[in-house]
Design a protein around this ligand. Structure first.
Ligand code: FAD
Length: 396
């Protein structure tokens, strides 16, 4: 693995690097600068701060990774107090597909305190094997401990592909792992395909503000690492008769973390728009904030939820959890009625799996019509009033 190298023949222990290091990986030991390797994130700040050019990053891997010896496809099984994040099941669904195509095994990595029952769940969702690493320190979602535990696991074997959920935790852990392993990481992938001959992973994600899709390869290094947002991939139906192997890895928990969790405040759990089966969504074409009442009313009448395009969040007519699209939620409703939404590519990225879309727009050329099952070329306010009226009459 890569690491920081200090040349003691030129270092005079001035301490600049210690003051610069954001993660306290460098410290004074006697009259020398010492390195706490587990804390180092290889940011390179110390290299720039050293007046004697005594610090460098050793880019040579200590072990050359033999592709034949990489151990298949891994999924990081993120959970909180025993409740698995839904993205894990979706990643296992995709991982299973990739593993079958490339004839590899699928492994889920479960780092936790006392939740070994979850291992069975991961096997039911497609894993052939679960690597289980338990320690009381790992019960908290303290990513420095999880990173340290992952480092322990990866000392024994390296996967060919390693997938993480693009959750806040995954977005913190995956780049640390990529830096430590000196490999690439493609964030927020929307498509993953594997070449069954080379084992290369084709990682597709939006680029240039979502205006084109880029496919990224990491042909020279292993693992090939990617994060995927929740709702993009599809989970398979669980099969509780599936059998798999459980491998336990010991973790000693010796690091001193830089972050201390003092208190955890759990926010109120709101129904997620990603799970809604009916969505009435509003865009800039609704004209004014007061018209949001009509959108909410139709959503209530139909037992659905309100979604919005990004500009409505930007101008404060709605809140971020309601935003749909590339930088918002990915939704899969049975029925979606869009009101005054143009259908920009970044918005369409969030509604590709909607079953039936009824689009209302005054512009017959609006791109939303290219994905709509039913088109209403009219003023959305008038159509909303008519729909509410007729639904209320039906229900009374
Ligand atoms: C990096 C990046 C990420 C982004 N992420 C997202 C995202 O996650 N989600 C998202 O939504 N956007 C996102 N965007 C913004 C996106 O590009 C569009 O600007 C946005 O989706 C447009 O929102 P809109 O359709 O509400 O507004 P507009 O594009 O302004 O469209 C309004 C539509 O309303 C119609 N209209 C006007 N009056 C009426 C009426 N009375 N009745 C019916 N129709 C009417 C018009 O014909 C028009 O088609 C992102 C952009 C970038 C660069």
């Amino acid at each position: 693995m890569a690491g920081l190298k200090i040349d003691y023949s030129t270092c005079d222990a001035c301490g600049n690097c210690i003051n610069t290091c954001p993660v306290k990986a460098l410290y004074k030991r006697g009259n020398k600068v010492a390195l706490e390797e587990n804390n180092c994130i290889l940011c390179g700040g110390c290299i720039d701060s050293c007046p004697y050019e005594a610090i460098s990053i050793n880019k040579k891997r200590t072990k050359t990774i033999n592709r034949e010896k990489t151990s298949g496809i891994w999924v990081y099984a993120e959970h909180k107090k025993g409740v698995m994040h839904p993205v894990v099941y979706e990643l296992l669904g995709k991982g299973r597909e990739l593993a079958d195509k490339s004839k590899h095994k699928l492994t889920a990595v479960l780092i936790d305190g006392e939740s070994s029952h979850l291992a069975k769940e991961l096997i039911a969702y497609g894993a052939d094997r679960v690597i289980l690493c338990s320690h009381v320190l790992l019960e908290s979602q303290q990513d420095e401990y999880h990173f340290d535990a992952m480092t322990t696991i990866l000392e024994e074997e390296i996967p060919s592909i390693f997938l993480f959920g693009a959750t806040s935790f995954g977005r913190s852990l995956a780049p640390r792992m990529a830096a430590r392993l000196q490999t690439g990481l493609t964030a927020d992938c929307t498509r993953l395909e594997v070449d069954d001959v080379s084992g290369n992973l084709y990682q597709t994600r939006p680029a240039f503000g979502g205006n084109l899709m880029a496919t990224i390869l990491c042909p020279d290094q292993r693992p090939q690492m990617a994060t995927v947002r929740s709702g993009i991939m599809h989970a398979k139906e669980p099969d509780y008769y599936r059998e798999g192997m459980i491998k336990r890895v010991n973790y000693k928990g010796k690091i001193k973390p830089n972050i201390e969790i003092i208190n955890e405040i759990i926010g109120e759990k709101k129904e997620s728009i990603g799970d809604a089966s009916v969505i009435i969504s509003a865009g800039r074409g609704i004209g004014s904030q007061k018209n949001m009442k009509l959108v909410r009313k139709l959503a209530d009448v139909l037992g659905g939820q309100v979604g919005v395009s990004r500009p409505l969040v930007d101008i404060g007519w709605s809140e971020y959890p309601h935003q749909i699209g590339q930088t918002g939620a990915v939704v899969r409703p049975q029925l979606m009625i869009t009101c005054g939404i143009s259908g920009a590519i970044q918005h369409l990225a969030g509604i590709a799996d909607a079953k039936t879309i009824i689009a209302i727009n005054t512009d017959p050329e609006a791109p939303i019509f290219s994905v709509a099952n039913y088109k209403i070329i009219d003023d959305c306010i008038e159509v909303l009033k008519m729909l509410i009226d007729s639904m209320e009459k039906k229900q009374s």
